[in-house]
Design a protein. Structure first.
Length: 224
């Protein structure tokens, strides 16, 4: 498995193959989120506009749906950078319910780990970090994807953990200053929060590609 900086460099190179694809995929939920901010119903006016709340609710549901689809579409894009944004989302629909079920199961597992104190949660998170790639790219069922991910990580736990910490640290270094700026300038909170959402959306493809390259490396080493 490549070293952290080599993985990051590989992720950047992978992104450059078709940046329009990745930016297009993350733009869809980002635009919906922006619309929710702009069209948020007025509060404390004493008047309830039912149509505003219905529209806001529809946008909220759309945001949830497209956030799920975005996760799958980015995996498909990383695996095949020649796709278009439309085709990536089109193929993602086939995995919607399985991906949703997977997310619920994994969240419950991590929650149980947290109840048992944070260490089990971290162990589970590393074990199952590649499960989503197995689910989509190997067309595995939910439980099977979790089992295969654990098998891939077996014997590489610390290597995987270290690389996950690295990419998390990179994201934190980028986002924390923006969070501090928001606290220091409360009067500009709305546009700073919008900037944070934009930067987070831009970071997402790089993080996903980084994890995808880890998955390919560790799977390749086992097959070899």
């Amino acid at each position: 498995m490549r070293k952290p900086f080599a993985l990051l460099s590989g992720a950047i190179a992978h992104f450059k193959v078709n940046p329009k694809l990745y930016l297009g995929v993350v733009a869809v939920p980002l635009v919906i989120n922006l619309l929710m901010v702009l069209l948020e119903p007025s509060k404390n006016t004493g008047v309830v506009n039912m149509y505003e709340w219905i529209l806001y609710g529809v946008l909220g549901i759309a945001l949830i749906v497209f956030n799920i689809l975005m996760g799958v579409a980015l995996i498909l894009a990383a695996n095949n950078p020649t796709l278009s944004t439309r085709s990536a989302y089109g193929q993602a629909y086939a995995y919607f319910w399985r991906y949703l079920g997977f997310s619920i199961v994994l969240s419950l597992i991590i929650f149980v780990g947290l109840i048992l104190f944070i260490v089990p949660a971290i162990i589970f998170l590393v074990w199952f970090t590649f499960a989503v790639f197995v689910l989509v790219l190997e067309n595995a069922r939910i439980i099977e994807s979790l089992k295969r991910s654990r098998e891939y990580v077996k014997g590489h736990w610390w290597a995987v953990f270290g690389r996950m910490v690295f990419i998390t640290g990179v994201a934190v270094v980028i986002l924390v200053p923006l969070g501090l700026l928001s606290s220091a300038m409360p009067g500009q909170k709305d546009w700073i929060d919008g900037l944070v959402s934009l930067v987070s959306a831009l970071i997402t493809p790089f993080t996903l590609i980084y994890m995808y390259l880890m998955y390919q490396d560790i799977k390749g080493s086992i097959v070899a």
